[in-house]
Design a protein around this ligand. Structure first.
Ligand code: NAP
Length: 269
């Protein structure tokens, strides 16, 4: 049985992950953390997540529980994720990272940790979005040069980073296929006298409203036709189940940085 530590256990994804682990036959909760100074420290993690008593009490970090878990599943903030990586470095653990919004400098630090630790890092753990990345590469290959390409995403009102990590990952998959540099060709929102659209650009539009779990559409529009590839998540459970699947897969891998496409490349155990 895989023993899992959940960081940011009181967050939206943290609670959903605890629910998914309680329902899973292959994993069990071994440790759970909240922010240092949180009033929830010492509270039963299962009860906090509405899943009944678990016997695992919320801690303020990973260091004091190192013999209680094999893998860390981390959906927190970039700074917290890097602190968590630091505290388990060299301890023989594996890590699933769902946090989004890393700067380039933070990403370099994450890659450095992956030299000695097996890490799966994905902007989206849903199997549907992972498959959509493959469909997008096909669409870009066949229609990309002749199309205007736009990425439109919608999330709940609490989301802090924009565009979403998934939207950027989708844009990156398309740009790479077309031999373009996303940093150079991305256009984030438009306002005022922008002039005609330049063919080489990839546009991003962001919606933040209500309780939308996560919706992404990439459209390829040319003269006379339009292809839209859309994914809609209706429950955070899809991310939690994907993260647990990735955690099980990662146990057999050497140190390195993997993504969800590596995970779905192998049949589900
Ligand atoms: P959230 O509800 O704001 O939860 C974030 C959690 O991180 C909070 O519980 C917060 O605790 C905790 N945290 C912050 N600093 C911490 C620290 N130093 N130590 C321990 N915990 C700390 O956000 P969310 O909606 O769950 O999303 C979290 C992240 O996952 C975001 O980056 C989001 O974009 C990403 N996400 C990714 C996927 C995916 O499939 N990859 C899916 C959904 C969300 P306090 O409240 O106590 O500060």
């Amino acid at each position: 049985m895989l023993k899992v530590a959940i960081t940011g256990a009181s967050g939206r994804m943290g609670r959903t992950l605890i629910e998914a682990i309680v329902a899973s036959d292959a994993s069990e909760l071994g440790w759970a953390t909240v922010s240092p100074g949180s009033s929830l420290i010492g509270v039963d993690a299962g009860e906090m997540a509405g899943q009944g008593k678990s016997g695992i009490y919320l801690a303020d970090g990973l260091s004091s529980g190192l013999d209680q878990f094999d893998v860390v599943i981390d959906f927190t903030t970039p700074e917290a994720t890097l602190n968590h990586l630091e505290s388990i470095q060299g301890k023989g653990k594996t890590v699933i990272i769902g946090t989004t919004g890393f700067t380039d400098e933070q990403l370099d630090r994450l890659k450095h940790f992956a030299q000695s630790t097996p890490i799966v890092f994905a902007a989206n753990y849903s199997v549907g979005v992972t498959l959509a990345l493959q469909l997008l590469r096909t669409a870009a290959r066949v229609m990309g040069e002749d199309s205007d390409i736009e990425v439109i995403e919608a999330h709940h009102r609490h989301k802090v980073d924009a565009p979403s990590g998934t939207a950027l990952r989708m844009g990156e998959a398309v740009a790479q296929t077309l031999g373009r540099d996303l940093k150079a060709c991305a256009v984030y929102g438009r306002e005022g006298q922008e002039g005609p659209r330049s063919k080489e650009t990839i546009g991003f539009a962001t919606v933040r409203a209500g309780d939308i779990v996560g919706e992404h559409t990439v459209l390829f529009a040319s003269e006379g036709e339009r292809l839209e590839i859309t994914h809609k998540a209706s429950s955070r459970q899809t991310f939690a189940r994907g993260a647990i699947r990735a955690a099980l897969w990662l146990q057999d891998q050497p140190p390195g940085l993997y993504d969800m496409e590596d995970v779905i490349a192998q049949p589900k155990p």
